[in-house]
Design a protein around this ligand. Structure first.
Ligand code: SDX
Length: 438
């Protein structure tokens, strides 16, 4: 069971808010680390006013104990463990167990968990018919949204969100089947047959085998280097606090929607180029830049207020220093390309772009650093994935984080349906005008 954190809330002091002749004492709570929060739940009832925070730049939407980010120090912790240590020393199944349960598994717990996930990797056979409804050139993220949403039509015995056992089975099914579905989306796009999952392979090996293997024709040898890089990429992308797609999953889940529908909503949100779609957009940008000598032209475009162009893979709502994931991926990019003997000029462009941007006044002043999406595309391209699959891989890994956050939300005794309000600036009430009088 997830650690019960909700009674750890520590009332620190109160904030005094004076509006006109009214004075309110608002509780201030401290977590275990990070910014304190001002509890404004009584604000509307006591003042008739809302707070105003488009984009939620100053809003804590929930209490959580899963992932902590310190944007100024470039710190990312999964249940307290630094991401670079997990990427270096752990594997994705351990990290998935950690995110779901709050602790690293011992040997027996790990074996049981890996067995549970492994034996859920196959999808209902009729799900393969869903793919036939898509054009072969459909973006694989469109297929992922559709197929994940349809899963609730196949797994009726894990839809009751009030049953902890059904929540656990749905969580395991989602983590286990997302690689199978992702590989099916890829196979469908290239007109190759689907490859069944193998129970004798690790999570990352299995995914590579289902994606790049071809049934019957020949054995597909999974490269240990690629499997290790894949596993590391999954770890780095697994969770990231209350980002846009995780908040989407929580908001969908707050209405009582089934877990498969919630994850489909998260995939839809992740697809945007400002979010998980940035890895695909970043590679397209590097391809458009093409050579090192064209970098200054694009740096100027990125700085031009009248140009909507942004440097994809740069900047972050929280990280105002380096993104620790980008650091691990930059190192991984070198290792994978060296190991595979690939000399990709795009890596040279990326490195030079990073160097120039980090010395540029605009990027320094706005604290824009490479994020997780800057180097991931280069590695994934070297591993043989088409650009359109990059965000699918992000969704594959983040499904574990979404499922963990969704489960925590359901168990939160203070949880209620999310229903923000607004500052209304439209027309006030007016009478209908008949057509002939308009
Ligand atoms: C992910 O939230 C998460 O945790 C997300 C994520 C996760 O793991 O879930 O980390 C994954 O989504 C990483 C981010 C991937 N997106 C990109 O790489 C797309 C390019 N980056 C941006 O669009 C932007 O930086 C965001 C969306 C990531 C963050 O935007 P914010 O926090 O809303 O910041 P902003 O848009 O208000 O920008 C602040 C200023 C603006 O200039 P001013 O209006 O103040 O003059 O910085 C500028 C922006 O114009 N700016 C950029 C820029 N990013 C911000 N200028 C040029 N290039 C950029 N990339």
């Amino acid at each position: 069971m997830t650690k019960n954190i909700f009674d750890k809330r520590l009332l620190k002091e109160t904030a005094t808010l004076t509006i006109g002749d009214k004075t309110l004492e608002l509780p201030i709570y401290s977590g275990s680390v990070g910014p304190d929060v001002i509890d404004i739940r009584r604000l509307y009832a006591d003042t008739g006013m809302f707070t105003y925070d488009p984009g939620f730049t100053s809003t804590a939407s929930c209490e959580s104990s899963i992932t902590y980010i310190d944007g100024d120090k470039g710190i990312l912790l999964y249940r307290g463990y630094p991401i670079d240590q997990l990427a270096e020393k752990s594997d994705f199944m351990e990290v998935a167990y950690l995110l779901l349960n709050g602790e690293l598994p011992d040997k027996e717990e790990k074996d049981d968990f890996v067995h549970a996930i492994t034996y859920h990797t196959m999808v209902h056979d009729q799900m393969s018919s869903l793919f036939k409804g898509f054009r072969r050139d459909a973006h694989p993220m469109a297929i992922m949204v559709g197929v994940l949403g349809a899963m609730s039509a196949f797994y009726h015995d894990s839809l009751d969100i009030n049953d902890p056992l059904q929540r656990k089975i749905a969580s395991h099914r989602l983590i286990a089947k997302i690689p199978t579905i992702a590989s099916m989306a890829y196979k469908y796009s290239i007109g190759q047959p689907f490859v069944y999952p193998r129970n004798d392979m690790s999570y990352a090996e299995n995914f590579l085998h289902m994606t790049f293997g071809v049934p019957q024709c020949e054995e597909y040898e999974v490269s240990p280097t690629l499997a290790n890089a894949m596993d590391k990429i999954f770890i780095l992308h697994a969770d990231h606090e209350q980002n846009a797609s995780t908040s989407t999953v929580r908001l969908a889940g707050s209405s009582g929607a089934n877990p498969f529908a919630c994850i489909a909503a998260g995939i839809a949100s992740l697809w945007g180029p400002a979010h998980g779609g940035a890895n695909e957009a970043c590679l397209h940008m590097l391809q458009e830049i093409g050579t090192v000598d064209r970098i200054p032209e694009f740096i100027e475009k990125a700085k031009n207020k009248n140009d909507p162009f942004r440097l994809m893979g740069f900047g972050h709502r929280v990280y105002k220093n380096f993104d620790p994931r980008a650091q691990v991926l930059a190192k991984s990019a070198n290792e994978v390309l060296d190991e595979m003997g690939i000399n990709d000029p795009m890596l040279d462009v990326a490195r030079e772009l990073e160097r120039i941007a980090l010395e540029d006044e605009y990027f320094i002043e706005k604290k824009l650093y490479p994020n997780v999406d800057f180097y991931s595309g280069i590695i994934l391209k070297a591993m043989g994935f088409p650009t359109e699959m990059f965000t699918v891989l992000f969704a594959l890994a983040r499904t574990t984080g979404w499922v963990s956050q969704w489960g925590e939300m359901i168990e939160d005794p203070t949880q209620k349906i999310g229903r923000p309000r607004q500052l209304f600036t439209g027309d006030t009430q007016r009478d209908f005008i008949d057509l002939e009088n308009r």
